[in-house]
Design a binder for this molecule. Sequence first.
Ligand SMILES: NC(=O)c1ccc[n+]([C@@H]2O[C@H](COP(=O)([O-])OP(=O)(O)OC[C@H]3O[C@@H](n4cnc5c(N)ncnc54)[C@H](OP(=O)(O)O)[C@@H]3O)[C@@H](O)[C@H]2O)c1
Length: 350
Amino acid sequence: MNPSMNSQWQLARTPLAGWPQDGDFSWHETTMPAPGPNQMLTETLYLSMDPYQWGRRRSGTEVPGEVCHGRTVSRVLESQLDGYQAGDFVFNTNGWQSHGLTGEGISQFGYMVPRKLDPAQAPLSTAIGIMGMLGLTAYSGLMVQCQPRAGETVVVSAASGGVGQVAAQLAKLSGCRVVGIAGAAQKVQFCLEELGLDACVSHLDDDLSAQLAAACPDGCDVYFENVGGPVFEAVLPVLNKGARITVCGMISQYGNTDGKNAQEVWRAAGQSTFDRQQVVVHPLFVGNFVADYQQRFLDEMGEYVRAGRVFYKEDRWPGLDQAPAAFSAMLAGRNFGKTIVVVRDDPTLS
Ligand SMILES: NC(=O)c1ccc[n+]([C@@H]2O[C@H](COP(=O)([O-])OP(=O)(O)OC[C@H]3O[C@@H](n4cnc5c(N)ncnc54)[C@H](OP(=O)(O)O)[C@@H]3O)[C@@H](O)[C@H]2O)c1
């Protein structure tokens, strides 16, 4: 990386295959952008890897030649934007690049406006994790949509992942019996020992349905869906009457090439159970919760983080050059915790 240039990953082509391949991304060194009126130049410290980015690329929302989209934690280098000055830390959307402009006329603003960060309140990287979109997703789906009550059983798929580990811990804090679903043995162990879940089963085992039934002797009242496919099918038989589901994501289906609508396939697989058990299904899009719930979420989660009442695992990849590898690993379940690319050393840690 040349420090006087802006390094970036662009989308090289609309992806041809179900999962990322060499050749989907191209590396570029471009001239450093200069901020205009009501803009600021920031350098990226942390870049978030998220499954939704694959959907944007496959659907053509992100077009070849564009910098790959991604939420970031950055440091302000130069500012003409009111309220921000050099040295400030911000949550923003630089995408997969070492530097970026934020402010008026910058389309990467997206639905999450930049937010100034105070490293004394929470470690900076949490702004793209437990204190960011990921945490708000878990909070919105679990606490706002499903409203778990003490004593109920909550099942969380991809429980060791970024969203899953937060949802599972919020359910524990609500006094629920919490059952995780994860892959590798070390992830199952993490859910039990670090997150303190009551039970955790592996979707890699042949008898997932039987294990889930044993782990949920009183059935399942709330299901936090991150995965879809066979994992979802194993959950269906344990759903109680009046169970609530938040459909956060279905990562097992993001590489499908059969042209079918994953949401429709999911609903069709569950419909007879939903009808019989009067299951309430909540589709989830985190953007719909920002205006009404972000501040409440930040206040509550900030207290949990500062008091050490929530545990948080990150899967860190050093260097912007690692972004495609980190992204592929996450989609394939080879991540362990929230996937983050460390673009520059965090000065608040030194
Ligand atoms: N609705 C929204 O607004 C919103 C916002 C953010 C994220 N999301 C969704 O939330 C979900 C989790 O996202 P995240 O960023 O926190 O990712 P993540 O959970 O950190 O990483 C994905 C995890 O999914 C599991 N997985 C991958 N393929 C699987 C398969 N075929 N079968 C079973 N499990 C599989 C893997 O865990 P194991 O190895 O343990 O299986 C992997 O670690 C995704 O579906 C994402 O689309 C939704």
